[in-house]
Design a protein around this ligand. Structure first.
Ligand SMILES: CC(C)(COP(=O)(O)OP(=O)(O)OC[C@H]1O[C@@H](n2cnc3c(N)ncnc32)[C@H](O)[C@@H]1OP(=O)(O)O)[C@@H](O)C(=O)NCCC(=O)NCCS
Length: 175
């Protein structure tokens, strides 16, 4: 059984964060659960911004505090996934994006890592007072839906998100 650690981004992982980002760009894939990684090319800048986003004193006023995690395989210290926990809701999160976003790098998919990563994040959620977390996925994203269901997700509703023009399925998972 593989072992993993769930840790905040640090300089030790700067080059792997850049590789992770590039892998998603090359695949034309969605960097879900990475916070501002889409728009920030420099990994050191990204690491600093993640720290700012976690702190109520420094998070930009249009965002809620959020904790960024790296999911790292212990055997080779490889960054395989990323997950972001939003500490509370704003209107958009409450309706559409939920408390948690995540992704697994394309070269490491279909090994059960997303299921493990979400499971590993739930104690942290409980620790910050989130006894139930809202997780949403685009209707038709089978891999994400199965990840949520494998962690006890209970379907609540489907909503239409007008900006992306897509239907999102909303699930609640006990922290
Ligand atoms: C969704 C995502 C995180 C899944 O990562 P993963 O590590 O490959 O997922 P897992 O290996 O843990 O698989 C979870 C389940 O989905 C299934 N699955 C994974 N990829 C699949 C695919 N392409 N098609 C169908 N089923 C798939 C697995 O078989 C597994 O099902 P099981 O519970 O029946 O065994 C990954 O595809 C990803 O990063 N996608 C882009 C970002 C994204 O969509 N994030 C979710 C936003 S809500």
């Amino acid at each position: 059984m593989e072992e993993f650690i769930l840790i905040r981004p640090t300089s030790e992982y700067a080059s792997q964060i850049a590789e992770y980002r590039q892998e998603f760009l090359d695949a034309g894939d969605s960097m879900d659960g990475t916070g501002p990684l889409r728009r920030i090319e420099n990994p050191e800048e990204y690491i600093n911004i993640c720290a700012e986003y976690e702190d109520l004193q420094t998070v930009p006023s249009h965002l809620v505090p959020a904790t960024q995690f790296l999911f790292v395989r212990k055997s080779d210290n490889r960054l395989v996934g990323m997950l972001q926990v939003r500490h509370c809701f704003n209107d958009y999160l409450e309706k559409y994006a939920g408390h948690i976003g995540y992704s697994v790098r394309p070269s490491e998919r279909r090994k059960g890592y997303a299921k493990e990563m979400l499971k590993a994040a739930l104690p942290f959620c409980k620790g910050i007072g989130l006894n139930k977390v809202l997780i949403t996925c685009v209707d038709g994203n089978i891999a994400s839906e199965k990840t949520i269901l494998a962690n006890g997700g209970e379907y609540e509703s489907t909503v239409y998100e007008p900006n992306e023009k897509e239907y999102l399925k909303r699930f609640w998972v006990e922290g």
